[in-house]
Structures are given as structure tokens and as C-alpha cells.
Design a protein around this ligand. Structure first.
Ligand code: FE2
Ligand code: FE2
Length: 239
């Protein structure tokens, strides 16, 4: 396995590792590094992927400069290596929403996490990220996303998860491949709040969607979110 890096927006890097046997055509585990005065990592990758991911980061900036470690929800691909990163970066803090900290991270983190209020903005110096609670979207009570305001990049985590080892950025449709993956994994917790939450993210008018599994996109991002919400509406009505 190898971890490839690609700049998907100004000083925002996608670190991508494809695991061939995780899905037909392979399945990528992507982390995103925001290179700012206070660098931020979104998703740590699984604990056993720490050597690959940390070496990929070190090709962009010194690991010990990492200031923020953050992620959507508590699963091994999201945060399995957070304590390894806390050990490697002495000034780094884990940041997460109130539910994530209360339920899991106050206990799991080797240093106390920074608790973020819904809508709170962290100024990274050159970039600003907004924390947005999205409970149960796409899954887990503590779920959240972040929105980088200078580049209008929405780090949408498991939303639009799709298989294959495609390009870092695609201009192709990402809804169809996401629905195909949904048929395999059934990962989305479809609930009364799912589609209104996704439409709220579309209202941010993102210019980049940073996707955790699969290709990211800079093409008609708001329409992609609205289209995904429309399809989920249909699926919820069929249940
Ligand atoms: Fe997940
Ligand atoms: Fe994931």
C-alpha cells in the first residue's frame, strides 16, 4: 500500500490510501491536511495506517507542527491514530463537538479534547474552519462536518462514500457511485433528520467537497448535496 497526496484546493491536501480488498475495485481511505499557520488534519486514518499517513504528512510539513486533529465521528478510520498523532505533535489538540467529547473522546484521547460549540469557528491563520453538528448524518450520534471558509471546502466525511481508486478530483457524477456503495455497505442512517441536514450543508454553497472514501469534487457541489438528499428522501419513503 502507498499513500498518495494531491492538493485539491489552495493548501488543502488529500492523502489517499487504497485498500484493494475492502470493496470491488478497491476502497480509498482519505485524510485531509490543511496547511495553515496552525495546520489541521481531518480524519487520522486507522491506527495501523499511521506510518503511511504520517510519512505522507511529513512530505508536506513537519509532523510536529500539527495543531489540530479532528474528524467526523468516532470510528477507527476517522480517529484510530489520534493518540499516535498526539504523541508525535506535542502542541496538537483533538477538537470535536460536545456529544463526541462527552460520549467518547474525553475518555479515549490521551490529552483532553477541545469541545466545539455548533457553528464555532477556529482561525487556523490563513484558513478558518467552522464546526457543524450533523447528528446521525451520515451515521453516529456525534457526527459532524467542518467547512473551511476561505476556500469554501466542505469536509463531508462519509457522505458520497464510493468504491474504487479514482482520481483525487472528479468532474463526474458522484451520486450514482455513492448509491452503489450504499447498496453494499448500508452505512447511512436514514432518519427524519437526514435530508434536512444535508440540505443545510448545501446552503453553505461549498465549492469543494472533500470526500473521505472516493474522489473529491469541485463540480456543482451544492447540486450534488441536493441530489443526494432527494434520493435519500425517496429511500426513506420506500421504507
Ligand atoms: Fe463512518
Ligand atoms: Fe469513513
Amino acid at each position: 500500500m502507498q499513500t498518495n497526496t494531491h492538493e485539491i484546493a489552495d493548501r488543502i491536501y488529500r492523502l489517499s490510501t487504497c485498500v484493494l480488498d475492502a470493496a470491488p475495485g478497491g476502497f480509498t481511505f482519505n485524510q485531509f491536511l490543511i496547511d495553515a499557520d496552525d495546520p489541521l488534519l481531518f480524519h487520522t486514518g486507522p491506527r495501523r495506517m499511521f506510518p503511511l499517513v504520517s510519512q505522507a504528512i511529513a512530505r508536506i510539513l513537519p509532523l510536529e507542527r500539527l495543531r489540530w486533529i479532528t474528524f467526523g465521528h468516532v470510528e477507527s478510520d476517522e480517529c484510530g491514530a489520534m493518540n499516535e498523532f498526539l504523541a508525535a505533535a506535542p502542541h496538537a489538540e483533538v477538537a470535536h463537538g460536545a456529544i463526541g467529547c462527552m460520549v467518547s473522546l474525553n475518555d479515549l484521547c490521551d490529552r483532553p479534547p477541545r469541545i466545539l460549540a455548533d457553528g464555532e469557528v477556529i482561525d487556523l491563520g490563513g484558513k478558518q474552519i467552522r464546526h457543524i453538528d450533523t447528528p446521525h448524518v451520515p451515521h453516529n450520534w456525534e457526527a459532524r462536518v467542518i467547512f473551511e471558509q476561505a476556500t469554501k471546502t466542505l469536509f463531508c466525511g462519509d457522505l458520497f462514500t464510493h468504491a474504487g481508486d479514482g482520481p483525487a478530483l472528479t468532474a463526474e457524477d458522484i451520486i450514482g457511485p455513492a448509491l452503489a456503495a450504499e447498496q453494499i455497505f448500508h452505512a447511512t442512517a436514514l432518519s427524519a433528520a437526514t435530508t434536512s441536514t444535508i440540505r443545510r450543508l448545501a446552503a453553505l454553497e461549498p465549492q469543494v467537497l472533500a470526500v473521505m472514501h472516493g474522489s473529491s469534487t469541485r463540480t456543482r457541489c451544492g447540486d450534488a448535496l441536493l441530489g443526494l438528499a432527494d434520493v435519500y428522501d425517496l429511500m426513506i419513503k420506500q421504507d
